[in-house]
Ligand binder design. Structure first.
Ligand SMILES: Nc1ncnc2c1ncn2[C@@H]1O[C@H](COP(=O)(O)OP(=O)(O)OP(=O)(O)O)[C@@H](O)[C@H]1O
Length: 255
């Protein structure tokens, strides 16, 4: 049986009286890339933040790698957090630190890791994210949008995570840069056996990367399935998204 590395059950999330999710269920299977899509404001980023414990659910449970995220605290929580990495939409880099220093930040929590080992490991992650050696010493303000995203990805990979969360990784990239990023995600998943929770609006990314897609609408995960299965879903938003003017033939991404 396929192992779920994330299991969200009956999740309700709200800000005051504004209910974002209600009775939402979602699974991420080990080794898959799951694309999470939905209209603007449907709660994709809030879901990501809730799964990683930055937002407390009003109801329901979030289990990551078999453990209930909101029931953990202290060291148990920190140990679990080391098993995932998050790439936020804008990279969320520390502006006063170089790329290499940014990647070293999560490594500082690892006991007995000497500074020179930490530096070498950070440089390795920077290369794995497809950045040139010269990027190590650059500051975020000196990077292009695409380089910032790669630096954010390098930091997400800092602690050899099992799960990587990516929030709109190709937003703002030109099509060639976005295509390169898609390939990088698939390459890293294959090489590192990652499970990937990928929030995106980018249909090309869904075609190129995702094993399954989860559609957020009406405060829940309305449907999950392969891209081919999405074409048969009889819901107005899902139909418009996958058949609309920006959609394309499902086999085009495999050219
Ligand atoms: N900290 C917060 N406080 C209050 N409301 C919030 C907060 N964070 C998000 N929201 C609200 O929750 C809803 C979902 O936001 P979220 O950012 O998850 O949407 P999204 O699906 O990721 O949208 P987009 O595709 O535009 O990035 C929105 O209505 C947003 O205004």
């Amino acid at each position: 049986m396929t192992e779920n590395v994330i299991e969200v059950r009956g999740l309700t999330t709200r800000f005051g009286s504004h209910v974002v999710h209600e009775a939402l269920d979602l699974d991420l299977r080990r080794g898959e890339i799951l694309g999470v899509v939905g209209g603007s404001g449907t709660g994709k980023s809030v879901l990501l933040r809730t799964i990683v414990g930055l937002i407390r659910p009003a109801k329901g449970s979030v289990r990551v790698l078999g453990q209930d995220v909101s029931a953990l605290s202290g060291q148990a929580r920190e140990s679990l957090e080391r098993r995932w990495g998050v790439m936020f939409q804008d990279g969320a880099l520390f502006s006063a630190l170089s790329v290499q220093e940014n990647v070293e930040v999560p490594m500082r929590s690892v006991p007995n890791l000497a500074p020179d080992q930490r530096q070498s490991l950070a440089q390795l992650k920077v290369s794995m994210a497809g950045l040139p050696w010269s990027a190590n010493d650059k500051y975020p303000a000196e990077l292009s949008g695409g380089m910032k995203k790669r630096a954010g990805l390098a930091r997400a990979l800092a602690l050899d995570p099992e799960i990587v969360f990516l929030d709109e990784p190709t937003a703002g990239l030109d099509p060639i840069g976005a295509d390169a990023f898609d390939r990088l995600i698939v390459g890293l998943r294959d090489a590192l056996n990652l499970s990937v929770f990928l929030v995106t609006h980018d249909l090309d990314t869904l075609h190129a990367c995702c094993d399954r897609v989860a559609v957020l609408a009406e405060r829940k995960v309305l449907t999950t399935g392969t891209m081919a299965e999405m074409l048969d879903v009889d819901h107005p938003w899902v139909h418009e998204y996958f058949h609309g003017p920006r959609a394309r033939a499902p086999d085009k991404g495999k050219e």
